[in-house]
Design a protein around this ligand. Structure first.
Ligand code: ATP
Ligand code: MG
Length: 354
């Protein structure tokens, strides 16, 4: 049974949700904005859900901006954790995956005050009922096993500030983020209706694998501790996959409803090899879960080998990683300041202009 490893970047294609080129001033095409919380190492869900698409879009010439959402770390926990190390690790992982800091911007919330200020007018554009019915926020509050903080309730509004502050038009995200992108669109629409057109409504871009499950069958997520980290060693990956939930049936079939964990492994292998999950199931045939897990381990380790090598190398040069963040944050600040100026002008707060 051989499955060839192909370039996953070329294969992770979203459904046809690509919007028309935006008509934002000075814009000739899409501006990509997306990001992650620095709450731990990136995992296969990030890679297959959004990271590979970011790189793919960068390669088509779109400007890509990646937000390291450090203020959002404290939406559902009491402290920031080992933030400096986690931020550096995220940057190393972005670059190792193919984000090019000369063409793309990587910045942190805390380094771009103008972005955070946008949250104030945006908060006035949504009701508490709209925030309270967001299913992703509800699920995250539940997973955190604590009462919902006001920052958790309002973080989709903060996300609107991330996207609209950078005039993003296309947002490559996992499925859990769709309600947030919808809210961003609503905020853009309501702002434009009230104050005149400043914003383009962005589109979400899903990959073919928008909801990768973790080894326990729930959404793969840093907080849930059920991940296959991009930076795991070959042996760690093998051990993680061995412990993944599956079932005892000998014949491997692709049945996401009746056999979700088996389907998840098949989907991961298919996404990384450019095949169909059913084909992968046929190839494993009567090998059962053990053969499927061996195959998944081989494919994941092979697909991530080069990324892991570059990641290790990059982590030895923290000075460079810090420079990338500083430079990206300066560029994101310039854009956010100009957006905030547009917003103030639209709202009649440009007191000192002629
Ligand atoms: P946390 O548990 O701290 O919230 P996370 O693992 O959910 O971490 P985020 O930083 O919240 O990761 O998500 C960053 C991006 O990665 C978002 O676009 C999100 O939709 C996407 N993503 C995260 N997990 C998955 C997954 N399991 N499948 C597909 N996409 C995912
Ligand atoms: Mg999350």
């Amino acid at each position: 049974m051989t499955i060839s490893i192909q370039d996953p970047i070329a294969l992770i294609d979203g459904p046809s949700r690509l919007a028309e080129p935006s008509d934002a001033p000075g814009d000739t095409g899409h501006r990509i904005v997306t990001g992650d919380r620095p709450t731990g190492p990136l995992h296969l869900g990030h890679y297959l859900g959004t990271l590979a698409n970011r790189v793919r879009l960068q390669e088509t010439g779109c400007p890509v901006t990646v937000v390291i959402a450090d203020y959002q770390v404290i939406t559902d926990r009491d402290g920031t954790g080992p933030l400096r190390d986690r931020v550096r690790m995220l940057i190393a992982e972005y670059l190792a995956a193919g984000i090019d800091p000369d063409r793309s911007v990587i910045f942190a919330h805390s380094l771009v005050p103008a972005l955070n200020q946008l949250m104030l007018p945006f908060l006035s554009l949504v009701s508490d009922a709209e925030l309270n019915r967001n299913p992703t926020v509800k699920a995250e509050a539940l997973a955190s096993r604590r009462s919902m903080s006001a920052l958790l309730l309002t973080y989709p509004v903060h996300q609107a500030a991330d996207i609209l502050g950078q005039h993003g038009t296309l947002v490559p995200v996992g499925k859990d983020q769709l309600p947030h992108v919808e809210l961003t669109r609503l905020i853009a629409r309501r702002f434009n209706d009230r104050y005149g057109t400043v914003f383009t409504e962005p589109e979400a871009l899903l990959s073919a694998t928008p909801a990768v499950q973790g080894i326990d069958g729930a959404k793969m997520s840093k907080t849930r501790g059920n991940t296959i980290p991009l930076g795991a060693t070959d042996d760690e990956t093998a051990a993680i996959i061995r412990s993944a939930r599956s079932d005892g049936l000998r014949r491997i079939t692709f049945d996401p409803v009746a056999r979700p964990q088996v389907a998840n492994l098949l989907t991961i292998v298919a996404a990384l090899t450019g095949s169909d999950p059913r084909q992968v199931a046929d190839r494993v045939g009567d090998g059962g879960s053990a053969a499927l897990k061996t195959l998944a381990t081989e494919v994941i380790n092979e697909s991530l080998r080069e990324l892991r090598r570059r990641r290790t190398e990059l982590l030895t040069d923290v000075g460079y990683l810090d420079e990338v963040l500083l430079d990206g944050s300066a560029r994101a600040t310039a854009t956010a300041v100009s957006t905030l100026d547009q917003v103030r002008r639209a709202m009649g707060m440009d007191y000192f202009r002629g």
